[in-house]
Design a protein around this ligand. Structure first.
Ligand SMILES: Nc1ncnc2c1ncn2[C@@H]1O[C@H](COP(=O)(O)OP(=O)(O)OP(=O)(O)O)[C@@H](O)[C@H]1O
Length: 343
């Protein structure tokens, strides 16, 4: 089922949480709402769910207006950051819950419910834990139960609000890969909220970057990372270093003063011992190995500005950098933005 969000506005008192939001979520896709805290992600998710009413605009499921439809009629499944499982129910009872509370006419038989629950537990790889209580599970296992419970009623849309937010880093990574595989299997239209760039880049088919109640860019992970629409998206999706440079011909010259700012990611900065074309002279301030990479903080001579280069372990070993030494830094790839233009 596709979701269309048309000119949605939402204010809380005098604070505008969503400002003319327009978005189409294609059927069967996994879409991430990505943005800093307070950018309106959860508000948008709650409006899609019907838990919150927009002040203006509409939400359409497969082209059909849902704004006045009750949450229950929208057939959405939810997973929240805090598992919200029923503590006094076993895993199997939790997963079965949505089916057992259906009106008698629609309710499957006990046998059908049991079969469905075990099918879902197999899907989330928890078939051995059906009789445990939530307190006997790890955080990651609880979230998988929450997901199975949300899927039990066969929702047309699955909404996840920071589903892995409360888990530690390693479990987060495992679970997001697992979610990706699960989605490839079941293809339910899904929207998940995250403020974690890596999570969105790794899991989503499409990323919606939000900022201050507006959508800054919508695109595949590769599009938003490699062709960010503006400095905010560039900055939010990864490390950023600013190089001041001469604007080139064309759009830049039309709108900008002579100098413009180039945006460069840390791993796109090349560091050499000898001067190269377009390199700036810099002093090594700090060298820090971080996992497979080495981060080098450089002070650009004559500007007082620092840039951070990220080198491979091999690259750093070859250079054998010492604090205070002189090196030459060159942006391998740089993006420039002038007003609304990317050049
Ligand atoms: N019920 C409410 N009453 C008043 N203000 C609200 C309410 N719900 C949200 N807000 C405000 O609206 C803004 C957007 O909130 P929202 O939860 O949508 O942001 P978010 O992007 O999901 O942030 P986070 O990642 O911190 O959850 C915030 O500034 C928040 O304080």
């Amino acid at each position: 089922m596709s979701i269309e969000i048309v000119s949605v506005n939402k204010a809380f008192g005098s604070f505008t949480a969503l400002n003319d939001v327009n978005l189409t979520v294609p059927s069967g896709e996994l879409t991430a709402l990505l943005g800093p805290s307070g950018s309106g992600k959860t508000t948008l998710l709650r409006i899609i769910a019907g838990l919150e009413t927009p002040d203006a605009g509409s939400i359409r499921f497969d082209g059909e207006e849902t704004t006045d439809r009750h949450v229950r009629e929208r057939q959405v499944g939810f997973v929240f950051q805090h598992y919200a499982l029923f503590r006094h129910m076993t895993v199997a009872e939790n997963v079965a819950f949505g089916l057992t509370v259906k009106p008698r006419k629609e309710r499957p038989s006990k046998k059908e419910i049991r079969e469905r629950v075990f099918e879902l537990l197999r899907l989330v790889q928890l078939e051995g834990l059906a009789d445990r209580y939530p307190s006997q599970l790890s955080g990651g296992q609880r979230q998988r139960v929450a997901l199975a419970r949300a899927l039990a009623v066969e929702p047309k849309v699955l909404l996840l609000d920071e589903p892995f937010g409360a888990l530690d880093a390693k479990v987060r990574v495992e679970l997001r890969r697992w979610l990706r595989r699960l989605h490839d299997e079941i293809h339910v239209t899904s929207v998940f909220v995250t403020h974690d760039q890596e999570e969105a880049l790794e899991v989503a088919d499409r990323i919606v970057v939000m900022n201050k109640g507006r959508i800054e860019q919508v695109g595949t992970p590769a599009e938003v990372y490699d062709q960010p629409a503006n400095p905010f998206v560039f900055d939010f999706l990864g490390s950023v270093n600013l190089f001041h440079c001469r604007a080139e011909q064309g759009q830049a010259r039309a709108a900008a003063p002579e100098l413009s700012v180039g945006y460069v990611r840390s791993h796109d900065i090349e560091v050499e011992r000898t001067p190269t074309v377009a390199a700036v002279e810099a002093e090594v301030r700090h060298v820090q190995a971080v996992g497979p990479a080495v981060r080098v903080e450089l002070l650009v001579r004559g500007t007082g500005k620092t840039v951070e280069a990220e080198l491979s372990r091999d690259g750093a070993e070859r250079l054998a950098l010492g604090i205070g030494e002189t090196v030459y830094a060159r942006p391998r790839k740089m993006q420039r933005f002038v007003g609304d233009y990317q050049i």
